[in-house]
Write a protein that binds this ligand. Structure first.
Ligand code: GTP
Ligand code: MG
Length: 195
């Protein structure tokens, strides 16, 4: 499913620009710089499909990618700190929240958490919004190559504890590294298994 069947469709800046909601859709949400765009590249095996960079606030539109004939992968702007003017950031944040709470075809939101930092207050805000909108979300820890085994258990415990308070949370966590490839096959299988 992920080999050679992926394409950029469009970048969306307002709700009325969304493509028809007739496909199985999954999105990647998370704080700025957590690794959303890099994860899409790792999943699709395409190095520069989604633009990634070290500057928080890189992705400024809702970017739709087609995966085969029946699915969309959606790269979202980050929340939290971004290296962009306040008015601009507020505009994307509004759009992001509208999208996360009003998209009928959204089958699962992957909420990315930096494995060095764990769940922050802004992540919990998004999780609460997803609870209210009844969008199932799954936590994906990113940058696992940056932590040691000892710290890993502590972070996983913190994330599990936070998720236990959210009715829309899917209990299984995925630990990933876009750099080293850890967890990528697992996440591909999860996406392929959604219908
Ligand atoms: P915004 O679009 O700004 O919200 O950021 P993003 O969440 O899309 O993050 P992006 O994929 O652009 O990655 C941010 C930075 O983290 C880049 O410098 C990436 O190279 C780095 N990065 C992403 N994933 C990994 C990973 O698994 N391991 C390591 N070591 N670095 C990573
Ligand atoms: Mg991005």
């Amino acid at each position: 499913l992920f080999a050679g069947e992926v394409d950029f469709l469009k970048g969306v800046v307002a709700m009325d620009g969304l493509p028809p909601d007739d496909r199985t859709e999954v999105c990647f949400a998370g704080r700025s710089n957590v690794g959303k765009s890099s994860l899409i590249n790792a999943l699709t095996g395409r190095k520069a499909l989604a633009r990634a960079s070290n500057t928080p606030g890189r992705t400024q539109e809702i970017n739709f990618f087609t995966l085969g004939e029946e699915r969309y992968l959606v790269d979202l702007p980050g929340y939290g700190f971004a290296n962009a003017p306040v008015a601009v950031v507020e505009k994307w944040q509004r759009l992001l929240k509208q999208y996360l709470s009003g998209r009928a075809s959204l089958r699962r939101a992957f909420v990315l958490i930096d494995s060095r930092h764990g769940v922050k207050a802004v992540d919990e805000e998004i999780m609460t919004l997803l609870d209210r909108s009844a969008v199932t979300f799954q936590a994906v820890l990113t940058k696992s190559d940056k932590i040691r085994d000892k710290e890993r258990e502590k972070v996983l415990d913190q994330v599990r504890e936070k998720l236990s308070k959210h009715p829309a949370a899917y209990p299984e966590l995925v630990l990933t590294s876009s750099e080293k490839g850890d967890g990528i096959a697992t996440l591909r299988a999860i996406i392929a298994g959604l219908d």
